[in-house]
Design a protein around this ligand. Structure first.
Ligand code: NAD
Ligand code: DAU
Length: 351
């Protein structure tokens, strides 16, 4: 093994795709997946790589500084790719403290442990902080988020992510700590927890339940296939200069209502329904408090400097995603029933 890399949040949606990519693509890397297994963590997402010789799962909480410090003493990590977070905006509105705790304190704990472990000799070391476009706030009808757009977070979630980004950059400035940051737009694809718009809508359409659309459905998001985000992280981790930030996005803006109408059309076709049937499930509900109107990423820097572009068209990506959820109904059922949380005890009780 020529490198040991800590990936945090690897049992979550994006983290699981990233862990799989790294474990398969880099047999000479030892990949340590650290995850607390909150409601959003699901080891079934990465069951296929569980027994790979270059992979290890560790259950633990990034908020527990003592535990994190011990972990960094036990393993000589060459790099950290940090994804663990509370990630759902609606939950941040009802319980902001959980977001401050994990997203801010947890990130600073990791920074401190890495700094101490690397003892200010940062040669060959790298801390990659995975962040979001929501730190930039909301756009009007025009314009894009660039890497130098001022931060203007509007929800407790985005404020906690913005804060963690500031800490990472402050460590870079103060201690010459080696970091990179990326800010990505909305991801979609397999294994996303069904509290988020697309998996929630897919599951409700399948079960003939109402599809809740916040407000008038006019809010705009820029959608990117999750594996394309993982590919971008791979490129940035290996090729970016220290201290760089890259925005990642799909050049793929949709109002929520148009997106759901397209999804309904695809689902009608896949489920053998008459076209227009699923659309009848659309139900307008009370808007999200402080709902950001529009996000749109200008991804030209990563395209120009690292030659990264999305690999899939949205139509293909969305169809693949629908197929995955329809073929993996058991995955969804086990989440809805809560059974997925028993997987750890079953698989790891003797290890
Ligand atoms: P997710 O909610 O699906 O997964 C988060 C993972 O972190 C879970 O496995 C959870 O168990 C783990 N975790 C939470 N708190 C922890 C703690 N205290 N200690 C250890 N592990 C903990 O999230 P996601 O959608 O995969 O997002 C991953 C990262 O990417 C987050 O940092 C998020 O801010 C960022 N991001 C997400 C999107 C998106 O569209 N989903 C877009 C841009 C950036
Ligand atoms: O932009 C990146 C961000 O994208 C990530 O940082 C977050 O972790 C991720 O959760 C996502 O945030 P959003 O709030 O954009 O995603 P969500 O799926 O919750 O909502 C997408 C849009 O759909 C948003 O405008 C709210 C709306 N919505 C959402 C749900 C769950 C609905 O209209 N109905 C719903 O039931």
């Amino acid at each position: 093994m020529n490198k040991t890399i800590l990936i945090t949040g690897g049992a979550g949606f994006i983290g699981s795709h990233l862990v799989r990519l790294f474990v398969n693509k880099y047999p000479n890397y030892q990949i340590i997946n650290l995850d607390k297994l909150t409601y959003a963590g699901n080891l079934e997402n990465i069951a296929d790589i569980e027994n790979m010789p270059n992979y290890k799962f560790i259950k633990g909480d990034i908020v527990d500084a003592e535990f994190i410090n011990k972990l960094f003493k036990e393993y000589s990590f060459d790099g950290v790719i940090h994804l663990a977070a509370e990630s759902h905006v609606d939950r941040s509105i009802t319980d902001p403290m959980a977001f401050i705790s994990t997203n801010v304190l947890g990130t600073v704990n990791l920074l401190n442990a890495a700094k101490e472990s690397w003892k200010d000799n940062f040669d060959g070391k790298r801390f990659y902080h995975v962040s979001t476009d929501e730190v930039y706030g909301a756009l009007g009808d025009e314009g894009f988020f660039y890497e130098d757009t001022s931060y203007n977070p509007q929800s407790p979630y985005s404020a906690s992510k913005a804060s963690s980004d500031h800490f990472v950059r402050a460590y870079g400035n103060t201690y010459k700590f080696p970091y990179v940051i990326s800010n990505c737009s909305n991801n979609y694809g397999p294994n996303q927890f069904p509290e988020k718009l697309l998996p929630l809508a897919i599951n409700n359409i399948k079960n003939n339940k109402p599809i809740p659309i916040y407000g008038k459905g006019e809010n705009i998001r820029d959608w990117l296939y999750v594996l394309d985000h993982a590919r971008a992280i791979d490129e940035i981790y290996h090729k970016a200069d220290n201290g760089k930030t890259y925005n990642i996005g799909g050049h793929n803006e949709w109002t929520n209502i148009d997106l759901i109408r397209l999804l309904c059309k695809i689902m009608d076709h896949k489920l053998g329904r008459v076209e227009g049937d699923s659309e009848k499930l659309i139900t307008y509900v009370t808007d999200r408090a402080g709902h950001d109107l529009r996000y749109a990423i200008d991804a030209s820097l990563i395209e120009k400097e690292l030659a990264w572009v999305p690999s899939l068209t949205f139509e293909l990506g969305l169809e693949k995603t629908v197929d995955w959820y329809l073929e993996n109904q058991k995955w969804m059922d086990r989440i809805v029933s809560g059974d997925y949380s028993k997987y750890y005890d079953k698989m790891y009780s003797n290890r």
